[in-house]
Design a protein around this ligand. Sequence first.
Ligand code: GLA
Length: 723
Amino acid sequence: MAATAAALLLSAFAGVPGAAAAAGPAQQSRNASADAPYPNLAPTPPMGWNNWSYYGCDISENDVLSNARKLVSSGLAAKGYDTVTTDDCWMTHSRDAQGNLVADPQRFPHGMAWMGEQLHALGLKFGIYEDAGTSTCGGYPGSWGHIDQDARLFASWKVDYLKLDGCNVPGVSGETQEQVYHSVYSDMSKALLATGRPIVFSVSAPAYFEYDTPDTWHKVISWSGQVGNLWREGADVAMEPASARTKWSSIKYNYGYNVGLADLQSPGRWNDPDFLLAGQSRLTGDEIRSQMSLWAVMAAPLISSADLTKAAPEALSVLGNSDVIAVDQDPTGLQGRIVQQGEGYDVLSKQLAGGERAVALFNSSDQARTITTTAADAGLPAGSSYRLKDLWSQRTTETSGTIAANVPAHGTVLYRVRTGAAAHTAPATTVSWHRTSGEGTDSAWTVSVADHGHTGLSGTQLEFSAPEGWTLTPSHARLGYIAPGRSASVTVRATGPDAAPGTTAATLTATGRYHAGAAGLRTVTGEATTISVVPYPDLKSAFNNVGVTNESAPPAEGNYTTGNFDCAGNSYSAQALAAAGVTPGAQLTKDGVSWTFPDAEPGSADNVSAAGQVIRTGGSGSALWFLGAEAGTVEGKVTVTYTDGSRSTGDLGLPNWCCTAGTEYGAVTVATADHRNTPNGPANFGGGYKLFGNSVPLTEGRTVESVTLPDEGAIHIFALSVH
Ligand code: GLA
């Protein structure tokens, strides 16, 4: 989904501000904090599978069971992924005559008790989703007013794990929202306990306070550790239809809010930054290994959300890396912390049983880099030698104290480190690239090989490679002997072919070969990334469609979802836009500013999400006007470059395409379509799907050369106009 954080915020508080005070749920105690903590039913972080991030509401018992079978047949279940949770939308819209929840007869024709039996027969645990409010986030009956009844029903179905979400929790007269959440989650905690069945309790309350004051957020997290075993404390990770970019940003975002919460975690009480996306589309191997590494170092629950029956072998082996799982599940049960941080990278260290440490070198940037720390900074005791096991490459090396690696863009190197290394362990080495001049398709670098161990490197050679069309001069170099603790380097020039419009990244690789005493012949590689940004000649060549579909085509020939404006399969209707005067190539004018609507056929994939594209733009004036809309609620930075090389910046936000006043961020409404297309055809009549205008100021008297669009996927831009 676009702008997950903002979307969650909106859905979280829908109905809360100004909501009529309702009667509280059946309460056994208002003084929950005085009670004993919920039993420690999850001594190590829970592991398993949940359908939500991949399937959303589009689930069936077959989907759940085929994934459950795959957990078993792939060996993942035996490695700990043993809890299978059916998320939202498993039920019908109303309770039965006795007030019990009812499984959706289409999606779960055999019912939920049967589902539990199947999972138990596979040796798995049965997880289910409900909500503490009046309805779930998906609009199904919530547990509000039915807490004890629902707990008993789940226990009768032999549920082993409950995820209790926190959408639509009403206000209660005389109580803060924090008190209402505390009370209803305590009630469920006690109701689960009263069933006598051990049910792991996943509390979503803190996620609904992520944007509250830090004090309130932390308070909710603290009591979540009293009433339950784990808690979601922030935004959802991206859903399967999202772009590669959105998924990667959501992994970084969730890591970002979770990593600072180590003080609020304790063994058996887990922060939950949401699902593992390995096995979903579009993420690279480096990205899924990063997520797995970071989640493991943070002792986060490892809950996969993907169609494992179709997942690539690489994704299954990332989820199934026993060494990484062991870091997550370490009996010490402590969340790792950042021990060093710089522009584009973090170093994390997690204490492990037996005095060992897991050390993660996380490159959050778009360029390969060498990340360097020390055993002392990572919290290891003083020593003359340390053993480093790289948990992804499985290579073991020895260092006298420097812990370093060349890490690809978006990658993480995860070491298990202990004091003392066996004799003849190969020395830890790195190949690093340091840019000395140039960028894009012509750059110069110093490439060095460093020896961090106790054995010298003899006969060291470097060989360089780059993508087709590139030249690296020289193509190889002899560095000879490198003494322990020393490095040697060579200067390299990299030239590449003219890049096409857009942003093109090229990876330059250096492979070092050397003899390391008794450890024999060894290799080490290091990468650099060089990025060329060539402006698109116009907006049209950067984008070719605006999320519009043709409603006169029957859904069977369906271009409904290909117009996908909002990542949920919805699009503008070409017919509804035409009725508002918006047709391909039309001139639209508002308050004297004119734009040309894109001359694009409805029904091809939407790609008008702004993502930092640079567009060549002529003209001079006092403002640069944008025509567009958002599938979110964010502002982003626009940079204008003038022909004299100077720059100016401005903030750009456009209202959400639907259902807003249309004046947010100072925007104006340019056109209003009466309805939109959903995956099933025209719908939401009277909803008002709009196009907006908004501007950033220009430096007067200068001529615009190019504009860099905001790097915000929720912002969709259809046309530009200098005025
Ligand atoms: C919220 C939760 C998600 C999922 C959906 C279901 O957004 O955070 O994990 O359970 O609700 O509607």
